[in-house]
Design a protein around this ligand. Structure first.
Ligand code: DOR
Length: 444
């Protein structure tokens, strides 16, 4: 029995496709794409084949979110692998790469194996663990990088915390290079950040909140670019937030440094003005910056300096957020708004639809060197079917994620995942909800 997704607008930049056609899926893999405009003849489905009508909808390679905090093990009250992957499926995301700031931290093979085993049992989308750079994320000794790689880690990162010690970062890059892993850097100079809680600027001054200056990020971006150039390691800069960082990355790319970078939807859309509402859901690290920074992020995305859009999905409990601004945890629950928020850039003309697919799917898969990000015949059929025009209201109470912490509460967004497929299996349908848990075959 084959599955036919019929008559959708297929967008797959890896094959130069942006047109109406049919996708045939057999045994969980893409079998054939039929494009009438190229003279392909559409075969009729057999009586046993399942047909999904996708007329008026857009079909893309499943979204790969390379920056997600699943919180398990250790912080299950914030999120679990089960709830986080459901949130992903509902957001049209077919693969998540999960950060290492769990408890215990993912700094050794056993933790990676635990995450993968849990994902196989309880997960709904594919899970790719990111190992820690340092033991316990403490920035003092290297984690077991070889063991992490052997156990399935696709990158290393201390995300959530910077690696302050430049020698440790140098060694991490040398090891990572040997093992063929990218280093994902959370760029923040802790001394310059000085326990700030929002962007340093006029708004922080007026509100009397301690600021985190852009330079705290840029100093570390500059250091890590130099170290990457020095070691020959592949470097990926997480959650870029400032105009200066975009400039540094652009210049480094021009001279051939092996660097890639990501930006979050919230940094692309909000500025520090949002903090005036005292909503702790606007507290995020790095902080929301100025309109000039937002403009530079848009430019960086459009000109290819920024390769990927990733959520930094950081679910927190009410106890972490319903407190004074200074005391609240940093982070935004982002998986279920990724698609609607990032499509704003397409609707407003900053990105073409093909470029958007590159940023949310093709490029993250390429950066992490994992399957996904393409609908080429033979690959597992991970795909997202989108209604580009559907308007919907963000209601955190309806999230699959345990993290209800979003500053986009009540916003009306345009564009929604209608169905999400993993290996040819429908795992989410917008009116039926989550339909399946995965099995061992999901973790490729
Ligand atoms: O806002 C953030 N939250 N930024 C990070 O880098 C870490 C994350 C978290 O783990 O909550």
């Amino acid at each position: 029995m084959a599955l036919l997704i019929r008559g959708g607008c297929i967008v797959d930049p890896t094959q130069g496709i942006h047109e109406v056609g049919d996708i045939w899926i057999d045994k969980g893999r893409i079998h054939r794409i039929v494009l009438p405009s190229r003279g392909d003849s559409a075969a009729a489905p057999g009586p046993k084949d399942e047909v999904i009508e996708a007329k008026g909808l857009t079909v893309i390679p499943g979204i790969v979110d390379m920056h997600v905090h699943l919180r398990e093990p250790g912080y299950e009250y914030k999120e679990t692998i089960a709830t986080g992957t459901r949130a992903a499926a509902a957001g049209g995301v077919t693969t998540v790469a999960c950060m290492a700031n769990t408890k215990p931290a993912n700094d050794q093979g056993a933790v990676c194996q635990f995450i993968l085993a849990k994902a196989q049992k309880e997960g709904v989308v594919r899970v790719r663990p990111i190992g820690a750079i340092s033991r316990g994320l403490e920035g003092a000794e290297l984690a077991e990088i070889g063991e992490l790689k052997e156990s399935g880690a696709v990158a290393i990162s201390d995300d959530g915390r910077p690696v302050a010690d430049s020698l440790l970062m140098r060694r991490a890059m040398e090891y990572a290079r040997t093992f063929g892993l990218p280093v994902i850097s959370h760029c923040e100079d802790p001394h310059l950040a000085a326990n700030g809680v929002m962007n340093e600027g006029l708004v922080s001054l007026e509100l009397g909140l301690r600021g985190i200056p852009r330079i705290a990020e840029e100093v570390m971006v500059a250091r890590d670019l130099l170290l990457a150039e020095w070691t020959g390691c592949r470097l990926h800069i997480a959650h870029v937030s400032s105009a200066g960082s975009v400039r540094l990355i652009r210049e480094a790319k021009e001279r051939g440094v092996a660097v890639t970078a990501e930006v979050t939807p919230h940094h692309l859309i909000l500025t520090d003005e949002a903090v005036r509402r005292w909503d702790t859901n606007t507290k995020v690290n790095p902080p929301l910056r100025s309109p000039k920074d937002v403009e530079a992020l848009h430019q960086g995305l459009a000109d290819g300096t920024l390769d990927a859009i990733a959520t930094d999905h950081a679910p927190h409990g009410r106890v972490d957020k319903e407190v004074e601004y200074e005391l609240a945890a940093f982070g935004i629950s982002g998986l279920e708004t990724l698609l609607g928020l990032s499509l704003m850039l397409v609707h407003q003309g900053t990105l073409s639809l093909e470029d958007w697919v590159r940023k949310v799917s093709c490029n993250p898969a390429k950066i992490l060197n994992i399957p996904g990000g393409t609908l080429k015949p033979g690959v597992p059929a991970d795909l997202t079917i989108i209604n580009m025009e559907r308007s919907w209201r963000v209601d955190p109470e309806a999230f699959f994620s345990k993290g209800r912490n979003t500053p986009f509460h009540g916003w009306t967004l345009r564009g929604k995942a209608v169905m999400t497929f993993i290996g040819g299996r429908k795992v989410f349908h917008e009116s039926e909800g989550i339909l399946a848990t995965t099995d061992a075959s999901v973790c490729l």
